[in-house]
Design a protein around this ligand. Structure first.
Ligand SMILES: [Zn+2]
Length: 269
């Protein structure tokens, strides 16, 4: 398969963008509060003809010494869909499931944890610790009524390590609070020498969110807080010239961001 794995160097880290394929969501899921006419005009400019928005799923693989850390696990196989390609794509670069020793989960939504468990409900990466924020665990296990997410997290519980935000999950990989989309969503600031890469999780899900930063995602648990996290982190990334790795942006998901009086401009990074 073409264009499903992309290798890049980031400071001392060897990294890969590894696709789980491409899903799709209705435009109303991406841009819940967008005025219909303005939305149609934006979609036209991206050559999106119908109401479904192609949804890339870019997972980030990082080699830390002789181990691999995987950030998010894709959507997993869906009937009739072109998703669930993560494991095949990992194999294509010679990385077995057992060699992945850390799986960092930005948040608990199914399109980010779709390959976390295998068909038997066992951890797909049997030798990995799975990392999730304390706040994310607490919300889905104790507060939300979403049974499928709760069950998934409970199935993973013996493999899970819960972390607090603003701590290092692994050397050079810092957990940054990005609440709103989900209460415990985590962005990552990956640090090597003077270089910084921000793994954005779902503070943005489509480049249109940079043009219309007030259009929120339907799944945002707290839209007001989600927009606040979006603005704060994107402005910080632009000001500090951090590279961005964006899970749902076009493969391989690597960008840089400029901020001027015109707003945000996205550039390949
Ligand atoms: Zn997502």
């Amino acid at each position: 398969m073409a264009n499903e794995v992309y290798r890049f160097r980031f400071g001392a880290f060897d990294c890969w963008s590894v696709s789980d394929g491409e899903g799709e969501f209705g435009a109303e899921k991406y841009f819940a509060n967008a005025p219909p006419e303005a939305l149609r005009a934006r979609l036209d400019r991206y050559n999106i003809q119908g109401d479904y928005v192609p949804t890339p799923l870019n997972c980030l693989l990082i080699r830390v010494g002789r181990r691999y850390a995987l950030v998010d696990t894709g959507m997993g196989p869906r009937p009739g869909g072109n998703t669930g390609r993560l494991l095949t794509n990992l194999e294509s670069i010679g990385v077995s499931r057992r060699e992945v020793k850390a799986v960092i989960c930005s948040h608990a939504h199914g399109d980010h944890m779709g390959n976390a468990l295998d068909q038997n409900g066992e951890p797909t990466f049997p030798e990995a610790r799975y990392y999730l924020s304390v706040a994310e665990w607490a919300y889905w296990v104790s507060k939300s009524s979403n049974a499928s997410i709760r069950e998934r997290l409970q199935s993973l519980s013996t493999a899970l390590t819960l972390f607090d935000h603003d701590t290092l999950i692994l050397p050079g990989i810092r957990a940054i609070a990005a609440p709103g989309h989900t209460p415990g969503q985590t962005a990552l600031l990956i640090e090597s020498g003077d270089e910084r890469l921000l793994y954005t999780a779902d503070i943005v899900a489509h480049p249109i969110h940079l043009e219309e930063p007030s259009w929120h995602i339907a799944a945002d648990v707290d839209p007001v807080l989600a927009l606040q996290s979006r603005r704060t982190l994107l402005l910080e990334a632009a000001r500090n010239r951090w590279r961005l790795f964006v899970y749902h942006f076009p493969f391989p998901g690597l960008f840089r961001l400029l901020y001027t009086s015109e707003g945000f401009t996205l550039m390949p990074g």
